[in-house]
Each structure stands twice: as structure tokens, then as C-alpha cells.
Design a protein around this ligand. Structure first.
Ligand code: ATP
Ligand code: MG
Length: 425
């Protein structure tokens, strides 16, 4: 039996040092999304299995082997969401969300896929999803790309991540393309690996996505999907490229880029990095104009993308100068030198919190000598230590020690707030 002290394989514990980076990142993300008028939405982590069965695609990895599905007590088949777009669209349809005022949405939360766990690939992981519905023009793809590009800039990751983009056209174009692709692949069937051989008959588009170098080079000769686009798709893609050129969003067209879910059409894109080994996609997305109808809603254009939070944090930890901004610190550390002084210190801390609600203030409950305390404060990356002993209580003063410049002052309690204001604001 596995130890009950261990978490389930592929499910991580997120410790405080990690969560600090996460919240720091999340604040940056929310600020950017707010500035583009995107609104937060939430929906359940579990949905009816059928919802995913009808939309993800019968021969996708997710549906074939990755879903966590189980029967509830009434024998209904329930699934832990493997991705967010489908649940989000279900929510929009069910709640009749207004496609003019509430058409730009975001959410963040856990997703579940039964995958082979490795660095950057987990069974429970978190995605930030951004979805826009009701807009068919490529300007909206551009907006999504600019949002992520701005976020990368704010995270000082612009040089670590690049954008690849493609168009997979309409369903009809894909059908024609797949026919020719299969003819091509069959010619080289012997040279394919076992997975790709199987995929010729189940999901040939996914072979384009192979990590196998030999097959990749073979695919250089394969037909290219862009040659199969109808006029409408071609126009849409060309316009998007033009728009990106205009505002200087840098991209590479990757004609072999396809997504792992079946609901996409026309534009697909991925933001990739060379720093995370084979788990190299930090954000993936595209247009999905038929999903609303598939779920029973009325035909609605839509575009979205999902950012892998864990992969973004791996990247921040490895590459970004921003990491030190997320370090742990204490603004004001309060110490008392005799047990009886505790309540005076407590009251003082509460007063300071009322005046400066954004400062991080901590009280040390253990009584020991000053030098021990200051060592402790320094270890916690403290800016100011406030120390109260008997003498300070009698004279209604506080010993203020600025640990950043090593200045020490006795300040009257009346003047303390003014004094702290000078240090922090
Ligand atoms: P991959 O090709 O890496 O498996 P995907 O195409 O399956 O990715 P999407 O379904 O597009 O991924 O999900 C969007 C993003 O979510 C990915 O780009 C990635 O950053 C993240 N992601 C997907 N699966 C996992 C996972 N198992 N563990 C951690 N992050 C993941
Ligand atoms: Mg995957």
C-alpha cells in the first residue's frame, strides 16, 4: 500500500515560497486583464462526462486516456475538468451571458489529466483561461496575443518565449487536407514510430505535432494545411498576420502547428520556450467558432487561450529577474522584552495596521535578548524592528531600528506613525 503521507502521483503540494510567486504572478495577470476590461468567471471543477465526450474529440489523447471520470452515487458519469474552455462555454450558454457586455472573460483554476508526470507535466495542474465570444474578426485574436505579450513583458520574460501561429481552416478544409496527409503518411508508414502509425487511422493531424526528430524531418515534405484553406480562412489568416506586423507582435508561422483538442478552427497559436525541455508550451489557444453549437447554444464566434500556471512559474524561477520581487519580507517586526508588555505591543501593532493596512506587520511572541531578536528580524528580511522594554513603556517611547540602513532611534509613541510614514511612504 502506498504511504498515506504521500500525495497522489502527479499532484503537487504548493508550499509558501511557491505560492508567493504564484500570487505575485496572479496579481500581474489580473492587472493586465483588468486593463483590457476582461471579467472573471468561475464554473465547477466537475461536469457531466458527456459534455467533454461530445466536444473534445473522440480520438484526442484527453478523451482516449487522460480523463478522470467516475460514477456518482446516482450512477451519473462525472468528469474532473481536463480543460476550461468547454465548461466556460457551457456556463455562458446556461446563464445566457450577454455577448456585448460580458464577452471577455478569464478564470484560473485546477485541471486534471491522467498523463505521465514529469517536469512541467502534472495530473493536477492550473490554467489561466482567457475566452472571448461573439467576435469573428481577427482583431480579437490580435488583442489576445497582445495581452499575453504584455504579460510576458511585465514578467520580464519577453526574450524567453516566442509565438508560433497557424491556421487549420474550416472543417471542410481539414477533411481535404487530412485525406492528402494520410496518403503521404502511408507512403512512409514503415519509418513512423508505433504511436504515429496508430495515429494515421485515428488522429493523423496530431502526427504533425510529433517530438520524434526523424519523423519531423520526414514531415518537411508533407502537404501543408495553409494550401487547403478556403478564401474566407485565407483572408482571416492573412489579415491577422498583417495586423501583427503592424503592431510589431513577433511570430513565426508553423504550418505543422495543430492543437490537442478538436474544437478549434482557423487560427491556432502557441507561446513556446526553449528553456523547459520538452514541456515547451506555456500558452496555447485558438479560434473555436463551432463549440457553442456543439454544446447546444446558438452559433457564436469565439477565441481563447490557456496559460499553464506551473510552467510559467518554472520559467519565472529559471529566467526572470522578477523573482526577487516575490521574495518574502516583513515591513515591521515588533518585539517585547518582558512578558507583561505583550498587550501594549499588541495594541500598538493593531494601531499601525489600522493606519497602514498594506504593511506586513508581525509580532514575535517569544521573550529573549535584543541581539537574538535582531538576528531573527534580519533573517526574515525585515525593514523595521520595533522594540519595547520596560524603559520604553515607562517613557511612552519605542526603540525603532531601521534594519536596511542600521539607523536606530528612540521615538515617542505619539510620533511613531509620522516616523513610520517617512520610512514606508
Ligand atoms: P502539451 O502539448 O504540452 O501537452 P496541450 O496542448 O495538451 O499541451 P493545452 O490543452 O493547450 O495543452 O493546455 C494549455 C496549457 O496548459 C499548455 O500550454 C500548458 O502550459 C498547460 N498544460 C497542459 N497540460 C498540462 C499538464 N499536464 N501539466 C501542466 N501544465 C499543462
Ligand atoms: Mg497535452
Amino acid at each position: 500500500m502506498k504511504s498515506i503521507k504521500q500525495s497522489i502521483r502527479g499532484c503537487s503540494d504548493y508550499l509558501p515560497e511557491y505560492m508567493r510567486i504564484w500570487r505575485f504572478l496572479e496579481t500581474k495577470i489580473i492587472n493586465v486583464l483588468n486593463s483590457y476590461c476582461y471579467n472573471e468567471i468561475q464554473f465547477p471543477i466537475i461536469e457531466n462526462t458527456e459534455l467533454f465526450q461530445r466536444t473534445i474529440g473522440v480520438s484526442t489523447d484527453i478523451l482516449l486516456k487522460e480523463m478522470y471520470s467516475f460514477k456518482d452515487k446516482k450512477n451519473n458519469s462525472i468528469t474532473l475538468r481536463p480543460e476550461g474552455t468547454i465548461g466556460c462555454v457551457r456556463t455562458i450558454i446556461e446563464n445566457k451571458l450577454n455577448s456585448i457586455t460580458e464577452n471577455r472573460l478569464w478564470y484560473v483554476g485546477p485541471m486534471f489529466r491522467y498523463e505521465r508526470p514529469q517536469k512541467g507535466r502534472y495530473r493536477q495542474f492550473n490554467q489561466l483561461g482567457i475566452e472571448v465570444f461573439g467576435i469573428s474578426e481577427p482583431e480579437i485574436e490580435l488583442e489576445l496575443l497582445m495581452i499575453f505579450s504584455r504579460l510576458l513583458h511585465d514578467l520580464k520574460l519577453s526574450n524567453s518565449v516566442y509565438l508560433e501561429i497557424n491556421s487549420i481552416g474550416s472543417k471542410r478544409a481539414r477533411r481535404l487536407y487530412i485525406k492528402d496527409l494520410v496518403i503521404f503518411l502511408k507512403k512512409y508508414e514503415k519509418k513512423l514510430d508505433i504511436d504515429s502509425k496508430k495515429r494515421i487511422y485515428t488522429n493523423p493531424l496530431r502526427i504533425l505535432d510529433t517530438k520524434n526528430k526523424a519523423i519531423q524531418s520526414l514531415l518537411k515534405e508533407a502537404p501543408v494545411i495553409l494550401d487547403y484553406l478556403d478564401e474566407k480562412s485565407k483572408f482571416h489568416f492573412e489579415k491577422l498576420c498583417l495586423l501583427m506586423n503592424k503592431v510589431n507582435v513577433k511570430y513565426k508561422i508553423n504550418t505543422r502547428l495543430v492543437r490537442g483538442l478538436d474544437y478549434y478552427n482557423d487560427t491556432v497559436f502557441e507561446w513556446k520556450t526553449n528553456s523547459l525541455g520538452s514541456q515547451n508550451t506555456v500558452c496555447g489557444g485558438g479560434r473555436y467558432d463551432t463549440l457553442f453549437q456543439q454544446i447546444g447554444g446558438k452559433s457564436t464566434s469565439a477565441v481563447g487561450c490557456a496559460v499553464g500556471i506551473e510552467r510559467l512559474i518554472l520559467l519565472i524561477r529559471k529566467e526572470s529577474m522578477i523573482l526577487k520581487e516575490a521574495a518574502s519580507f516583513i515591513d515591521i517586526y515588533l518585539f517585547f522584552l518582558k512578558k507583561e508588555i505583550y498587550f501594549i505591543v499588541l495594541k500598538l501593532a493593531e494601531n499601525i495596521r489600522t493606519v497602514f493596512p498594506t504593511l506586513k506587520i508581525k509580532i514575535d511572541f517569544l521573550v529573549s535578548n535584543i541581539s537574538n531578536k535582531l538576528r531573527k528580524a534580519n533573517r526574515c528580511n525585515t525593514t523595521v524592528a520595533l522594540i519595547l522594554g520596560e524603559k520604553e513603556v515607562l517613557t511612552k517611547t519605542v526603540l525603532v531600528k531601521n534594519l536596511k540602513n542600521n539607523m536606530q532611534m528612540i521615538v515617542s509613541k505619539k510620533e511613531l506613525i509620522k516616523y513610520l510614514k517617512k520610512i514606508f511612504f
